[in-house]
Design a protein around this ligand. Structure first.
Ligand code: GLN
Length: 194
């Protein structure tokens, strides 16, 4: 099994390192031909506008859509923005997931923070996951086919969505590759093996 990590910009190395620690072979993806033979793909955090523009320049948008039409793809932070069908701005998107995004949803005052969050479906899901948010997007809306895996806490119990899954596609607003907690990476590997 080889997991690709889109390596145009952003923190792709951190994903590769974590997967290597789990004994998984990884491949940095910069060209469409490199998608061949992959079992799954991670689109990392970074700057979604930059990643989208580079993907356009390198003719990767259609090959990535094609790949994601049948195989597991996980977008973290900027990667989640790229997977969405709508980020409420003009920017190239992969439009694979039926989610709507609000970019930089936390504004400048609190542009990064860490919070312990319960995340459904991961191992030991009672134990909160250390979620690192960096100029993070929120998932503002999700279609009927989308399962919500995590929300920010609020009084109503209907806090903003920060992790979601639609079939073989996964999106998280936060950065699991920056923590020592590998449960979300292991969850994604489980999706790949399914
Ligand atoms: N703010 C970035 C964007 O809108 C995402 C930040 C991140 O990936 N940590 O693309």
């Amino acid at each position: 099994m080889i997991i690709g990590v889109l390596a145009l910009q952003g923190d792709f190395i951190e994903h590769c390192n974590l997967l290597s620690r789990l004994g998984v072979e990884t491949r940095e993806i910069r060209l469409a031909t490199q998608l061949e033979g992959l079992s799954g793909l991670i689109v990392p955090g970074g700057e979604s506008t930059t990643i989208g523009k580079l993907a356009t320049t390198f003719d990767l948008i259609e090959p990535l859509r094609q790949f994601g039409s049948t195989r597991p793809v996980w977008g973290t932070c900027a990667g989640a923005i790229l997977l969405s069908r709508d980020a409420q701005r003009e920017q190239p998107l992969l439009e694979m997931m039926d989610i709507q995004i609000e970019r930089n949803a936390f504004g400048r005052q609190i542009d990064s923070f860490e919070i312990d969050l319960p995340v459904a479906r991961i191992d030991d899901s009672e134990r909160p996951f250390p979620a690192v948010f960096i100029r993070a997007p929120l998932i503002e809306g999700a279609g009927d086919g989308v399962d919500i895996l995590a929300r920010l806490p609020d009084d109503s119990g209907q806090g903003k969505i920060v992790a979601a899954q639609e079939g073989h596609l996964l999106a998280t607003s936060f950065h699991p590759e920056l923590t020592g907690d590998d449960r979300l990476h292991r969850y994604f590997l489980g999706m790949v093996r399914e």
